[in-house]
Design a protein around this ligand. Structure first.
Ligand SMILES: NC(=O)c1ccc[n+]([C@@H]2O[C@H](COP(=O)([O-])OP(=O)(O)OC[C@H]3O[C@@H](n4cnc5c(N)ncnc54)[C@H](OP(=O)(O)O)[C@@H]3O)[C@@H](O)[C@H]2O)c1
Ligand SMILES: [Zn+2]
Length: 385
């Protein structure tokens, strides 16, 4: 590799690290970082710091310690050129500062940009190069890619399992498998997602609240239950906590029409009940995950956290609809054959990282066949854990 290619990689790596500093505050926007350099010397840095705030490029330009004319700007994502948004486009700003060269991490998947930004920069006489560290740059914006290119959320499944692969206490009883810090990490992850989903099996067993406790909540969290027969108890914590976030229950069309009283009771509690089609494969019949994901996409859910029992996890994994899996593995042993076993992570999910969380281990797997995107690169969530 030539020396200048090495410098490009080094500064793109730096731009990616800067981008990650926006994690938790920019979503559902993508995390973006920018480094402005003259040769091997950085003269300005910036990143997209919060949703609705200035983009990485103007932040880096404003931070320059000397005029940026003729400098190289390293940006993790193609600079934007569209105007129907909160902030002015970055391409004209870069052109007017007479930047000499732009190196990008990846092209913007947003159809309103999709190479147009790079074209305008080239037409203005700026040298455009890249992609550099494309896998890392795309991994950084995976939920954004899912939303703009596939109109469905990026799907993370997470569960906790014991050393002997169980997901509940002896006899299936409710029990904390993972430790306190692991559970806090889950609350933090919830706060960065648009929606959290469970199957009715988990609601009946655990009566969860599914809120992001002890974590800064910067955007509304939608709580979603898959419940074909509308079994959600009106006395459950989910049904009695509307002030903590909206709850949507997906049920079968036939039940929606037939069980009007039950439905109206839930609706009176502020719950939105939505009829969803059935998946035409398999017995027993299940709600179609594909349809539900598209429906959530229409509600601008870009990142969905699924906290499944083994049944719902199995459906997502078999249907190839999970993009990422997080397993918190505890050293505890349950040693009861009657306790439900965790789903098996299929081989096409590649382990992309692991970290210690006190005495638990968090394992990350990415779906190598994900239609959104796959690269064997650890996600920012795990790197910043
Ligand atoms: N350790 C952990 O991290 C963790 C996390 C969650 C749960 N759990 C444990 O797991 C156990 C519950 O697991 P579970 O497997 O019985 O329940 P589950 O996976 O939470 O829910 C399964 C139910 O969801 C409904 N569902 C609707 N659409 C579905 C679809 N497309 N695919 C699959 N299910 C669909 C089905 O009921 P209908 O047909 O009625 O709709 C199904 O029976 C409890 O013991 C709980 O404590 C552990
Ligand atoms: Zn921009």
């Amino acid at each position: 590799m030539s020396c200048s290619a090495e410098i490009d990689r080094k500064f793109m790596r730096r731009a990616i690290d800067l981008a990650m500093r926006g994690r938790g505050r920019v979503e559902p926007n993508p995390m973006v970082g920018c480094v402005i350099a003259k040769g091997e010397r950085i003269i300005g840095e910036g990143f997209h710091e919060r949703f609705g705030g200035p983009h990485a490029e103007p932040n880096a330009l404003a931070a320059c310690t000397e005029p940026p004319q003729g400098a190289t700007a390293y940006v993790t994502l193609e600079p934007c050129c569209h105007t129907n948004k909160k902030t002015p486009p970055c391409v004209p700003a870069l052109i007017s500062t007479r930047i000499g060269r732009i190196v990008v991490g990846c092209v913007d998947p947003n159809p309103q940009v999709a190479g147009q930004g790079l074209l305008q920069l080239r037409e203005a006489g700026i040298v455009v190069e890249g992609p550099v560290l494309e896998a890392e740059a795309r991994q950084l914006i995976a939920p954004f890619i899912a939303g703009v290119s596939f109109h469905r959320p990026y799907v993370t499944l997470k569960w906790a399992e014991s050393a002997d692969g169980k997901v509940a206490g002896p006899g299936g009883q409710r029990m904390w498998i993972s430790n306190e810090r692991s559970r806090q990490i889950v609350h933090e992850l919830r706060s960065r997602c648009d929606a959290v989903m469970v199957g009715i099996g988990t609601v009946l067993a655990d009566d969860p609240l599914l809120t992001a406790r002890g974590a800064p909540v910067l955007r509304p969290l939608l709580r979603v239950v898959l419940d074909r027969e509308l079994r959600l108890p009106t006395g459950s914590r989910l049904a009695n906590s509307q002030e903590m976030g909206k709850v949507i229950v997906y049920c079968e069309q036939r039940i929606y029409e037939r069980e009007t009283e039950k439905r109206k009771r839930l609706e009176c509690q502020g719950i939105e009940v939505v009829a969803a089609p059935l998946d035409d494969r398999g017995v027993p019949q299940k709600l179609s995950l594909n349809s539900i994901l598209s429906e959530l996409g229409k509600r601008n859910v870009t990142h969905l956290l699924v906290e499944p029992g083994p049944t719902l996890a199995g459906s997502f994994l078999v249907e190839g609809l999970a993009d990422r899996v997080w397993v918190f593995r505890s050293p505890k042993r349950i040693q009861d054959p009657n306790t439900p076993r965790a789903a098996t992570v299929p081989k096409l999910f590649i382990e992309t990282g692991r970290g210690s969380v006190m005495d638990d281990t968090l394992l990350e797997f990415l779906n190598s066949r994900s239609d959104v995107f796959f690269a064997p690169v650890t996600s920012a969530d795990l790197l910043l854990m």
